[in-house]
Design a protein around this ligand. Sequence first.
Ligand code: SF4
Length: 411
Amino acid sequence: MNLDAGMLLSAIPPAYTQFPPRSLYLHIPFCAGRCSYCDFFSVRSTAYPQAPYIDALLEQLRVWSSSCGTNSFDTIYIGGGTPSVLDKRSLEKLLTALSTYAAHGCEWTIEANPESLSEQFLEILAESGVTRLSLGIQTLSVEEWDLLGRIGSIAESRAALERARTYPFDLSLDLLVGIPHRPGMANFMTMAKTQLLTTLSELAPQVAHLSLYDLTLEYGTALEHRVKAGELSMPDADDLAELRLIADEFLESVGFYRYEVSNYARKGHECRHNAAYWNMEPYLGVGSGAVSTLHLRDPDNPSMLGSLLRMTGNIDLARYTDNPSTIPPNIERIDRNTALFEFLMMGFRTARGVDTKKIEALFGIRLFSILPRTLARWKSELVWRGDEVSLYPRNFDILNRFLVECMEELS
Ligand code: SF4
């Protein structure tokens, strides 16, 4: 079934969007290969034609943005997969079309991998208005690189970063911490600390933003099979906390601050697009497997205040390409309590914390009235700035315990 603009949301009665989304995510599901730890939705870039996919993506964007009452976005994020594997024609077509959706001052990010970051790719970005480049480096350690099964090489990563720095993009790097090791390695932590510090001290001075993610073992990945088979061991929670502390101290010493559990920036270079997710702003996601989250309101049903609509695009690429604007099979209505917990969970991941006024506006309730016990018990670990409350940044490691208490009190 194809839906025209307007039918999309009216097909989900009686709700409609309370706020039009101001952030746009586009998913490019192509990669040069499959990294050993990855369970993201992507296919080999040679396995599927790119041109029809880009046409479908733009058609979905046209229909869905119109349905949501917007044609202009403050942040645009092209992620994947690996957007830098797009061929010249597909990339130009995508970026030309997107430039008409970029609001004045739009933060416009694209992800890239070093081995496909060509001069031509960078020139097309610079001419199109892209403002931010996020490069997947992951590590500069040869041992860790081999375990991750990345395409390319460390030499290519260094060369790609050097190339990217000659363009006026705000540069961000993706790195991993907690990469597994061979079982029984007595000096594993000494090596892991050295590798982390070596990677950070070479890369941090060159950029303004770093995402440092804990490597998690995903079901069905090649890495998970190797860990299950006993060939590799994952670091435990204490090891991870020690590595994170080293990263925190080093990055702070060179001018970064940890503004979210996994993200560090120099002041003024925080990612606005990700902040929209953490602040529970509505966002539109287009492309196969992309997620959209919209705020719902029904004037005849006040209990809907604060509830969300979450839609995940069809991950069957052929079906998606044939009918890009069809209502996806996966639509989730998130009730107010669940949405409220999500709001707290996302907000407390950030150094800024949660905005209590926004809770009142979105959910019609006051934080003190729903979490009196937890707020009192954790008083010494919380910092208040006017209407905003957060955990002290040094307390990110107790985030999970704090959130469990929030959840228990909410329920
Ligand atoms: S490049 Fe990124 S999305 Fe593609 S397989 Fe590797 S980790 Fe996954």
